[in-house]
Design a protein around this ligand. Structure first.
Ligand SMILES: [Zn+2]
Length: 255
């Protein structure tokens, strides 16, 4: 009897060790819709321009993100396309950064059109097209479904609400929402980056820039808006804003 108990405990121990060692680090629980590749090719130029290997990496990132974050419709139906576009907005900015996780994001609320509500006091957006929460809404992002889709349908107007909001999350991850993503930017470039943002805002105020004037609101918005441009029209951005482009490659691409 004692022998049997010993065997039982040894077996139990082995099972526990196996479970511990082979525990999957990221459980994939979100099933991508059957036509996800078609949706990505049709709506996400960043993805469409990748080679086969790059697309596969993008898809894995997308699935991992959508498994980790809850997306809830608030008076809006969240369709397959919305999941894909939100995921794309999350993956694009950090595509070149290995093992990235949005540790400061738990849930995304999707509103149908313009939302105002009480949340406005926590946010700061142009016409409230999206925002990242603070206080009681910490770790929650709000997106406007119409704006979300427009950002991808019009992919050559340098505007993309989802990318914009994810840039705020990245900016915030070092503890301060200040337009300086210390988590990605080497310390030696911080002063140069701040100067560049100032110059960019000044040029916009003087009417001497093709960057959306919302960027002149302050460093936080400037960083988010130039990032939309950087990811939406990389070639045009490089030729129009070479210095900013070079610095943003240091932040997001690092090659
Ligand atoms: Zn913003």
């Amino acid at each position: 009897m004692v022998m049997m108990l010993q065997v039982f405990f040894v077996l139990l121990l082995i099972v526990v060790i196996i479970l511990f060692v082979f525990k999957p680090r990221h459980k994939i629980t979100f099933a991508l819709p059957d036509n996800y590749q078609e949706l990505l090719d049709d709506y996400v130029p960043f993805y469409a321009n990748l080679d086969e290997e790059g697309k596969k990496k993008f898809e894995e990132r997308l699935e991992k993100f959508l498994s980790a974050v809850k997306i809830t419709g608030a008076n809006a139906e969240v369709e397959d396309l919305d999941h894909i576009l939100i995921g794309a907005g999350a993956v694009i900015p950090v595509y070149y950064i290995p093992d990235w996780e949005y540790i400061n994001l738990r849930e995304i609320l999707v509103y149908p059109g313009n939302f105002n509500l009480d949340y406005e006091q926590h946010g700061h957006e142009r016409m409230i097209s999206g925002m990242v929460g603070t206080g009681g809404m910490e770790n929650v992002m709000i997106l406007n479904k119409w704006e979300l889709r427009q950002g991808f349908i019009n992919s050559n107007n340098n505007r993309n609400t989802a990318i914009h909001e994810f840039i705020h999350l990245i900016d915030k991850m070092d503890g301060s929402l200040d337009g300086v993503p210390e988590i990605l930017l080497e310390r030696k470039y911080v002063v140069q980056w701040k100067d560049l943002l100032e110059q960019t805002m000044k040029a916009i105020r003087q009417g001497a820039s093709d960057i959306d004037s919302y960027a002149a609101t302050g460093s936080v918005e400037c960083f988010a808006v130039v990032s939309e441009y950087f990811f939406e029209q990389p070639e045009l951005f490089r030729s129009s804003h070479p210095e900013l482009h070079e610095m943003m490659r240091r932040i997001f691409v690092r090659k």
